[in-house]
Write a protein that binds this ligand. Sequence first.
Ligand code: ADP
Ligand code: GLC
Length: 471
Amino acid sequence: MEIIHVSAECYPVAKAGGLGDVVGALPKYQCQAGHVAKVVMPMYRTKFLANNEWDVDFEGNTNLGDYFFNYTIIKERTNKLGFDLYLVDIFGLLDREKVYGYDDDTERFTAFQIAVVNWMSSWEHKPDVVHCHDHHTGLIPFMMKNCFAYRNLSFVPTVFTIHNGQYQGTMDWSKSKNIPEYDSWKWGDLDWHNSINPLASAVKCAWKVTTVSQSYMNELRYNSNGLEDLFEYERGKCVGILNGIDNDVWNPETDSYLHDNFKLSTVVSGKKKNKEELCKRFGLNPDLPLIVFIGRLVGEKAAEILPDAINSVLYNMNGQVSFLILGSGDPHIEWQLSNMNGNYPGLYHAVIGYDETLSHNMYAGADFLLMPSRVEPCGLNQMYAMRYGTVPMVRSTGGLQDTVVDMGAWEGFGIRFNNATVSDVHYSVSRAVSVYQDKTHFNWMRKHMMQIDHSWESTVEQYLNIYRSLK
Ligand code: ADP
Ligand code: GLC
């Protein structure tokens, strides 16, 4: 099968979160399973662009409302990522350093999607499926189905994967002029509550909708930022497929970012060395259990409870546990967390920013990874932590619930709690401290987790079955 993935992110080209990891891995494993998977994404001005070789694949032109634009599609020359990678360049819109965060993001991603559809429509052959990811690509199923200029794509199946339903790309109806001319009777396919809603549109128009865990799929019907009724209505075409992780990238035995590599048989000494290095670097006491948080500092991740929760723990359980934080996001949370640096010598440090190398070293050197997320469609951090023998402490929601078994249950290896509150975090920290002291149990949990299979190899088939069902 020929599968075209369309996404705003793809690791290592450009990544803001887990979407990048998934789109950088799933196509590779689809190719390894004997299919032709390709990725098309915007040509941001990233290091990856500068450090690799490219050929021009296509040059076209089209328009975004009144704005006529040329676009160029380049292709990476060496199949470096294990799949064909195409970047779309649109002068003045996509030629930026960051993925998101510009005032004209709506126009940038609308133009990107139009260029992708325009390009595919020019092909002599047609792909077997177009697989779109998140709201930045959510208008594509509508355009392929309803735009006059792209009628030759209307029979190509589309799959839409929701990595995060909180963000929907909503825009005012005045922006409808930017969408290529379509059958006006179909305006309802774009609309949700009197706005154009690309996520809702994709749920209506894609042939199949997936999300990244089964529990999150169920949650969307009760809690999806206003789309609950839509998910209830469309539940027949929605399925949850748990993400995998890329075991080539996330392997403690070969991970080149790590200070010390280790494997199952050397996990205890290997993690100790990585922890000592981390603690030395950030002035932490290596004899205490080390709890880390890695992630976006936003409400979805319940990051705003971290300052109070950590203050409360370090005040009441002084000298029993230490924390290391890596994250960026809400400026107020960033300010609170970094302001705490120095308040608890040997027990606390926060690094504000995005640092891929440090994140790998934290998964390897930590004893516990805290994720109090309010919403977690899948969550990759807890799976990376498990592969690196780090015990996850997670709120029971979405993919966290589907991947972590509480240590109180049969063969349990993690710590789960129900509420994103200071008291629940506090209680889970006290459970962490006591299991850390029981070395036999603690080391059993580490080894048990490391052997759980979350590889893409075992997940890829579920996507292929969905594509097959659409033929
Ligand atoms: P989300 O996509 O919602 O942010 P995931 O758990 O799916 O959450 O994926 C987050 C990914 O981003 C992981 O690969 C994690 O290691 C990485 N990440 C998040 N914040 C940072 C950061 N500040 N520095 C380095 N990596 C980060
Ligand atoms: C989103 C979700 C996260 C998920 C990731 C990859 O960013 O917030 O839970 O793991 O996408 O699917």
